[in-house]
Design a protein around this ligand. Sequence first.
Ligand SMILES: Nc1ncnc2c1ncn2[C@@H]1O[C@H](COP(=O)(O)OP(=O)(O)OP(=O)(O)O)[C@@H](O)[C@H]1O
Ligand SMILES: [Mg+2]
Length: 455
Amino acid sequence: MNSTRARNMIAMVQKQSGDIVASLATILFVWTLLKDHFPSILNNYIQKHFHKLVRFVSPYIDITFHEHGEISSQNEAFSAIKSYLSTKASSWASSFKADFIKQSKSLILSVDDHEEVTDEFCGVKVWWVLENKQKQSKTHENRYFKLSFLRRHREFIAGSYIDHVINEGKALALKNRQKRMYSNTPCIDWNNWKIKWNGVYFDHPATFDTLAMESKKKEEIMNDLQKFSEAKEYYAKIGKAWKRGYLLYGPPGTGKSTMIAAMANFLNYDIYDLELTIVKNNRELRSLLNTSSKSLIVIEDIDCSLNLTGQRQSKSDSESKSSEVTLSGLLNMIDGLWSASGGERIVVFTTNHLDKLDPALIRRGRMDKHIEMSYCCFEAFKVLAKNYLDIDSHELFAEIDSLLAETNMTPADVAENIIPKSREEEDNIANSCLKNLIKALKEVKPIKGKEEERV
Ligand SMILES: Nc1ncnc2c1ncn2[C@@H]1O[C@H](COP(=O)(O)OP(=O)(O)OP(=O)(O)O)[C@@H](O)[C@H]1O
Ligand SMILES: [Mg+2]
């Protein structure tokens, strides 16, 4: 034991004012200074018995939480404690490790090794320290958190305090985690081709604020998502798996993919982008069930992905495709996804052709909410004008309003027309971009029945 540890121990023991304990600690300190002058056998003998004595009279209890253990929940507890202490470390410790989490745009401080952190919960004081014992092989670190508290608080700590730390820590870790976007990719495993999820950090800027859509519709979707994410107990009560299916349909460029990114950012979920055409068969599809909890599983352009016409699929059709995934295989996969684990899952399909999809695929219960993504209306245009030109109003808005009412232009085309293309005078940018849009809108064929309204 080095002299720093001995001093720590004295400091710790003096927290309880017992005279005997303080004296023992002083003896330990003196012992640390003198121990080199004793033969090693005597040295070990004295140390062993001294520790026993200290444990016996100490008013404190220690609990350790190891980073690596046989049970996976042990590791989870370690991570949760680490997150929890990162909030406490800022006020107490003097040495930190820093991580920059891009998405939360903040610096996360965690306790450094051997740094003591004091915490107080319901008036009870506890002390945490992160220890790091090297194993004999010296290749593995053996890190653990040691929690010390007064013996008389034992029940309170084991009951309420540890629960509080783990729950708070998990919630914090979730808030600060970096979302990922996974796609299924073929890879070689033991000389066999396999398909696996491959993830990268997800950093799409789309949010519901920047999504061009009528505000009423947008709010309805946000409420639906919010209600779903908070309904764990409700789903358990009614005996349903905690899942929800969304079908986004509409012409190209109306914001279906943008909406998916906004949903992931809103809920802080990972995205699993399932490319069905490279999945060989139903067995391979089932192997992709292992998505994490809190995830959005997305199948884009489902009508183009496969010939998903179920029993109606002719043999020659299936032979001409490289993928043998069938409609029933896909339905089983989706239904299996629900029962595979307890976490919440959202499945999103997108399509440009609602009428081409088999009703079984999109029936309520599988796809609970059908959302039409449509051409740009004036309200949606105002969101784009704010995003791209940072304006809330303009004298040309009235003309744009009436032109949008009689034409079908997608938000993607509107955005393309109002995006500043040259470095003109600041004041003129909005004006010239809006004029570009008016010109483009006039060139688009009016919607049937609205022709005569246009001069
Ligand atoms: N509703 C919208 N709100 C904001 N931006 C949009 C919207 N719709 C389209 N855009 C803009 O247009 C681009 C294309 O949109 P997006 O990829 O989301 O369309 P999509 O409906 O998924 O099209 P596709 O059917 O071809 O996949 C986006 O990068 C975005 O900049
Ligand atoms: Mg898309």
